[in-house]
Design a binder for this molecule. Structure first.
Ligand code: ARG
Length: 459
């Protein structure tokens, strides 16, 4: 029992406290598969370069394969005394194959080892996101394809603005998620370089072949500067940035789902699969999944902030601060992955209430712009005058508690005598949406073209 440095303030011994703050195995055990892949690639290279014998290489590989099996079936003897994943695996290898295990770490350091493992892990996660976003896009596309002419209100300021189609609204998110995929792909391309062989910070005197290990691990090339290789974590920050942006898109869609499922809107219905009841109010069907996805951006952006502040001001090369890089990334990526999966499920589960959407689309004088445009087109009125006349007609409708297309012709003519009954052809929400045939517009004909385009892209 050693002396207590902090008196009664801490009950643990200094040795225990050091271990408590230093240990990372509780979370970096997630890097086991990457660590083993890295060690296999490294030992292959050492043997090819005649730095170790092929017998040692074979023993190392056999041992690592057994260790991988132990980890997968839950029999691996994890040890907190051994600090991290790298030392846990190396110690176990020594148990299994003896002295040859000690040759594995030739020309390598935990600094390039952990940088390699973490890159491999993040790269796998990025590939997984790409597949998950693809699934979500397909769900959105299928809602879009089934609703190219489902009319709904389009909003600005969350006030009725102009009618749009539900399919158009779904495709807006499909576009956002496509940019997320492309951001994640950019990040993947930039990060796909190998730190392995940078050793502690300065490189190594052994005649290693960094191209060989880079290629074996699926990297495009070795990183060109050993100091940078062990110090860089911008790949993780970039991945978290792209994840944060993607999470904002999930959050906005979640918010719309929360609004749309309310009794006041009633735009869509979710089945019991993505809602929960209340312990007291028997009528409730709460959109909990959407709310939780809406919130995930908080922890994802929080992780981005955490890692940025960990890295800020760190001198080159490795400092132990950098061990704090993993937990935020693991947590954020799990949150995003779950959010993407739940959102894909929820989008497939959405049932648009077409009658209610159509009714809401016609409310609040949503076709007033169409009336103004009709005055411009049919009476050659300057748009500013048409805007004013339309405003007066809206006020009249409001006073009579009627929708625009329910006003009689003579009521409209009391404001502008030259109006003819041709005006009714533009006043319905469907006519309004159908007229917006400009490229990227909401007309069903345009939405169908975009659906076809996306079917080809995602095919
Ligand atoms: N567990 C460490 C980490 O996650 C591994 C690298 C340790 N390197 C060192 N020089 N202590 O960063």
């Amino acid at each position: 029992v050693g002396q207590k440095m902090w008196g009664g303030r801490f009950s643990a011994e200094p040795g225990e406290l050091m271990q408590a703050i230093n240990v990372s195995i509780d979370f970096d055990c997630k890097l086991a598969a990457q660590d083993i892949a890295g060690s296999k690639a490294h030992s292959n290279m050492l043997a090819a370069q005649r730095i170790i014998t092929s017998d040692d290489r074979d023993a190392i590989h056999k041992g690592l394969t057994e260790i991988e099996a132990e980890i997968n079936d839950g029999t691996f003897p994890w040890s907190r005394e051994l600090e991290d994943i790298h030392l846990n695996i190396e110690a176990r290898l020594r148990d299994k194959i003896g002295d040859a295990a000690g040759r594995l770490h030739t020309g390598r350091s935990r600094n390039d080892q952990v940088a390699t493992d973490f890159r491999l892990w993040v790269r796998d996660a990025l590939d997984n996101f790409d597949a998950q976003i693809d699934t979500l896009q397909r769900a959105l596309l299928s809602q879009a394809a089934g609703n190219t002419d489902t009319i709904m209100p389009g909003f600005t300021h969350l006030q009725n603005a102009q009618p749009v189609t539900f399919g158009h609204h779904m495709l807006a998110y499909l576009e956002m998620f496509a940019r997320d995929r492309s951001r994640l792909a950019d990040c993947r391309a930039r990060m796909n370089e190998s730190p392995l062989g940078a050793a502690a910070l300065a490189g190594t005197p052994y005649p290693i072949n960094r191209d060989m290990t880079a290629e074996a691990l699926g990297f495009d090339r070795p990183m060109a500067n050993s100091l940078d290789a062990v110090s860089a974590r911008d790949f993780a920050m970039e991945a978290l940035s792209a994840a944060t942006i993607c999470a904002t898109h999930l959050s906005r869609l979640s918010e719309e789902i929360v609004i749309w499922t309310s009794a006041q809107f009633g735009f869509i219905t979710l089945t019991d699969a993505f809602t929960t009841g209340s312990s007291i109010m028997p009528q409730k069907r709460n959109p909990d999944a959407a709310e939780l996805i809406r919130a995930k951006v908080g922890r994802i952006m929080g992780a981005m902030t955490t890692l940025t502040i960990v890295m800020k001001g760190l001198p080159l090369a490795y400092s132990k601060d950098m061990q704090e890089d993993k937990e935020p990334v693991f947590d954020a990526f799990e949150a995003l992955s779950l959010g993407l999966a739940a959102m894909a499920g929820m989008v497939s589960d959405m049932h648009p209430n077409k009658d209610r959407l159509a009714e809401a689309a016609g409310a609040a004088y949503s076709t007033a712009t169409d009336l103004a445009d009709w005055l411009v087109r049919s009476l050659n009125m300057p748009f500013r005058d048409a805007h004013h006349v339309t405003g007066t007609i809206v006020a009249l409708a409001e006073q009579k508690a009627k929708t625009l297309d329910a006003l009689t012709l003579s009521e409209m003519q009391s404001v502008e005598p030259r109006i003819t009954d041709d005006v009714y052809s533009v006043l319905s929400p469907l006519a309004s949406a159908s007229s917006r045939v400009s490229y990227g517009g909401t007309a069903p004909s345009e939405v169908e073209k975009q659906v076809t385009r996306w079917q080809e892209i995602l095919a």
